[in-house]
Design a protein around this ligand. Structure first.
Ligand code: NAD
Length: 278
């Protein structure tokens, strides 16, 4: 029997816990979402993040800029939010229009308000194992593993993908949870031989249906981060149906990692409002 991990239920639990803690706080934590341009998928993501902010009882400080906004104009908005004491977290929605430099803009966000965990400083703190805000999707994966009682210490973990957003911080977090970690990427030779070593397989390649039964060790836990809009609805990087009777547990798409990403954004905003530093 392969268990389908209910990410929606875990995310609801995490969000309810955040809301309970926020209820006791005054002033309320505030999150600023910054959206540049009119990419429809980004608009949907920002709308659901703002809804989660309101449902958690936090304050919503949204800023919208036109697709023609210059690097200096976006930077000025980020600096204004950085100086605003009512704003505890700042999220710059990616991707940005092509004429903007995302890394330079992200680094305008102070580490203490970096609820996406993507600034150079946050990445450095993570690499050194020092306290800081961690990227939401990989933290959500850790939370999911813990919710299922999956042991990370001493386990073999394989992460497919090495992006700054998901794969790389995922590998760092698994290392900090005492797993033995291998990172695979698009130049990895014989991917199946590598992934078959995994007790915990996290797939964040962004390649629809990349991983099937031949890639999975019997009894493994498989976490599918990929999101693809197909004619049959949202699907992941994993051919879920093939893993029945092979994997011990698998996350579905939708309803697996996706809801956890927003839940961890709420956790990070609460932490940003209540922690000292970094
Ligand atoms: P990315 O394109 O920045 O990185 C993909 C990584 O996968 C790269 O490191 C690349 O080397 C590797 N890769 C590509 N093809 C491969 C192959 N054939 N074999 C092995 N490795 C390969 O993407 P990303 O931003 O890291 O996102 C990955 C996926 O996760 C996308 O589908 C994205 O939509 C999804 N995503 C989901 C959430 C969520 O909340 N569920 C959040 C962020 C990203």
């Amino acid at each position: 029997m392969t268990v389908t991990i209910d990410g929606k239920a875990v995310a609801q639990r995490v969000r309810a816990q955040v809301a309970a803690e926020v209820a006791a706080l005054d002033p309320k934590p505030g999150l600023a979402t910054v959206l540049v341009g009119d990419d429809p998928a980004s608009a949907v993501y920002v709308a659901s993040k703002r809804r989660a902010v309101r449902e958690a009882g936090m304050s919503d400080h949204h800023r919208s800029l036109p697709a023609t906004a210059t690097q200096a104009e976006v930077a000025a908005v980020l600096e204004e939010l950085a100086a605003d004491p009512a704003v505890h977290g700042i999220l710059l929605q990616l991707p940005l229009p092509a004429h903007l430099d995302p890394d330079a803009l992200i680094d305008r966000i102070p580490a203490a308000k970096d609820v996406d965990g993507l600034t150079t400083r946050s990445a450095g703190l993570l690499a050194r194992g020092e306290p800081g805000l961690r990227p939401c999707t990989p933290s959500g994966v850790i939370e999911l593993l813990e919710s299922q009682g999956v042991k990370t210490r001493g386990s073999r973990a394989v992460v497919v993908g090495r992006s700054a957003l998901v794969g790389h911080p995922m590998a760092e977090l698994l290392l900090q949870h005492d797993a033995t970690v291998t990172v695979a990427h698009k130049h990895t030779a014989d991917l199946a031989a590598v992934t078959r070593e995994a007790d915990i397989l996290v797939v964040a390649a962004g390649v629809h249906g990349l991983i099937g039964a031949e890639h999975v060790k019997p009894g493994a836990t498989v976490i599918d981060v990929g999101i693809h809009r197909t004619a049959d609805g949202l699907q992941g990087d994993v051919r879920r149906a093939e893993l029945d009777g092979v994997a011990a547990r698998v996350t579905p798409v939708p309803g697996g990692v996706g809801p956890m990403t927003i839940a961890m954004l709420m956790v990070n905003t609460l932490r940003a409002a209540t922690m000292d530093g970094p």
